[in-house]
Design a protein around this ligand. Structure first.
Ligand SMILES: [Fe+2]
Length: 168
């Protein structure tokens, strides 16, 4: 059994992970429309990963004897000024996810819900990796500074990322 407060907070985060998949699919679509297939497939792999994060929480909620309530969410942004802009927005998004996981951890700690604290530790570790990944790409794109040759080379490099393989 989870408290109603924690059940609600976990459900909210589960839906935010599914929303994240939607956000990254929109970013993939923008990159593809700009003919950067590598950045596009990178974002699609990220979208897949976000869906597994959502399902991880879904399974946890059910393991604790509650129902995972699926909700709708806001429209993701489909317009970006540049590839750099899309990755900067992705980094901002990951920072928002991190602060949400921190808030969730605070609730679990206040309730002395040790199982949930342990469950959330995986997400805390994951967020360190996610922020580092996107920050690294943003820094690289700033160095490239819109140089077309370098940008297409980097696009090809990021195309090699799959759902389970990170390139960077
Ligand atoms: Fe996530």
């Amino acid at each position: 059994m989870l408290s109603s407060n924690l059940h609600e907070a976990l459900t909210d985060q589960m839906n935010y992970e599914f929303y994240s998949a939607h956000v990254y699919t929109a970013m993939a679509s923008y990159c593809k429309s700009e003919n950067y297939d590598g950045f596009s497939s990178f974002f699609l792999a990220q979208a897949e990963e976000e869906r597994t994060h959502g399902m991880k929480i879904y399974n946890y909620i059910h393991d604790r004897g509650e129902q995972a309530i699926i909700s709708g969410f806001d429209h993701p942004n489909n317009k970006y000024e540049s590839i750099l802009d899309a990755f900067e927005k992705a980094l901002e998004h990951e920072k928002e996810v991190t602060s949400r996981i921190y808030n969730l951890s605070d609730i679990a700690r206040d309730e002395k819900e040790y199982a949930t604290i342990s469950f959330l530790n995986w997400f805390l570790d994951e967020q360190v990796e996610e922020e580092s990944l996107f920050n690294g790409i943003v820094q690289k794109l700033k160095q490239i500074n819109n140089d077309p040759t370098s940008l297409f080379t980097y696009d090809s490099k990021l195309a090699k990322r799959t759902h389970t393989t990170f390139v960077e």
